[in-house]
Write a new protein. Structure first.
Length: 311
């Protein structure tokens, strides 16, 4: 996955703190404004000195950040994404699509959205909402959508928002132009219209999404890609609760991708035609195949041993 380095994230966070300090300095004014700016940056300010005039590339690195909740958020989110976790953090074996949004993404987006587009200092700091932390946010949003597809889909709900080309390019660490060459109504990664309003001015608006089964099948075939392991038996419990046979088969297909089973690998296991698995993924009524897929994936889950995903 394409992620900014920790040093890049630290520098960007320190930059945003300077801009935030300037906002508080100007809003409160006088001694109170100087005190607020001092608390935010860990530097003693006197009245008459703008925070954006007081720091340069060398001195900005001295701003302390280890004690800040937003820094913990950034570090833990990066660890979660780097490990390709589907649950509560880098070492979690749970499957929960809400955790990453509630604990990290919403907090980070709030921090960036609250930054002004202009500042009063001698240099232009107004672009500080764009940078390493925004790149991390976009990667996190992409991963959140992917985990939602798996979380909901493996429970029989196939209405999660699909991935955009930008999302999949970030997750796969591939150039967007190269990825777009694979996307289209009749291409390897089938596109589908899905218009959605961006949640904030630091979000990316997607105009089309990729068929979720196509995206997962393509992703697990990429060399070096693997999801972090989930708790053994988790998918058995979920599939057992689905009464509709076709929905159960489709949910099993979603689960199989977590076990690194592409359509081709699964077809070889079942001695089946790949195109029939794709048809099942699209909801076609292959009842016998749906049952075979469900039983096979449940057997994989029962003997699945936890392992470390490649870095």
């Amino acid at each position: 996955m394409r992620l900014p380095s920790l040093s890049e994230l630290q520098k960007h966070l320190q930059t945003t703190l300077v801009v935030n300090a300037e906002v508080q300095y100007l809003a409160a004014g006088g001694k109170l404004g100087a005190q607020l700016a001092s608390l935010i940056t860990g530097t003693n300010f006197e009245e008459g000195t703008l925070p954006t005039d007081a720091f340069d590339d060398a001195s900005i690195s001295t701003i302390p950040i280890d004690h800040l909740s937003i820094y913990r958020c950034v570090v833990e989110l990066r660890q979660l994404l780097e490990s390709r976790s589907l649950g509560y953090g880098a070492d979690s074996e749970a499957l929960d699509s809400d955790f990453i949004a509630q604990e990290y993404l919403d907090f980070l987006e709030l921090h960036l959205s609250a930054l002004p587009e202009m500042t009063y200092g001698g240099y232009d700091w107004g672009g500080c909402r764009f940078g390493a932390m925004r790149d991390l946010l976009l990667a996190g949003r992409a991963w959140h959508r992917l985990v939602s597809i798996i979380d909901l889909g493996s429970a029989g709900d196939f209405h999660a928002d699909g991935l955009t080309a930008t999302d999949l390019a970030l997750i796969a660490d591939i150039e967007l132009r190269s990825l777009r060459n694979l996307v289209g109504p009749n291409k390897k990664l089938r596109s589908q219209e899905h218009y959605q309003k961006a949640s904030s001015n630091v979000g990316v608006r997607g105009f089309a999404t990729i068929n979720s089964f196509d995206a997962l099948d393509w992703l697990v075939q990429r060399k070096g890609f693997a999801f972090a392991p989930v708790k053994a038996g988790l998918f058995v419990e979920r599939l057992d609760r689905i009464s509709d046979p076709i929905a159960r088969g489709r949910a099993a297909l979603i689960a199989s991708f977590v076990f690194e089973k592409s359509f081709l690998a699964l077809a070889e296991d079942l001695q089946e035609e790949v195109h029939r698995l794709r048809e099942l993924a699209d909801g076609q009524c292959h009842y016998d195949l749906a049952e075979r897929v469900a039983r096979h994936v449940m057997e994989i889950d029962k003997r699945w041993a936890s392992k470390t995903a490649p870095a």
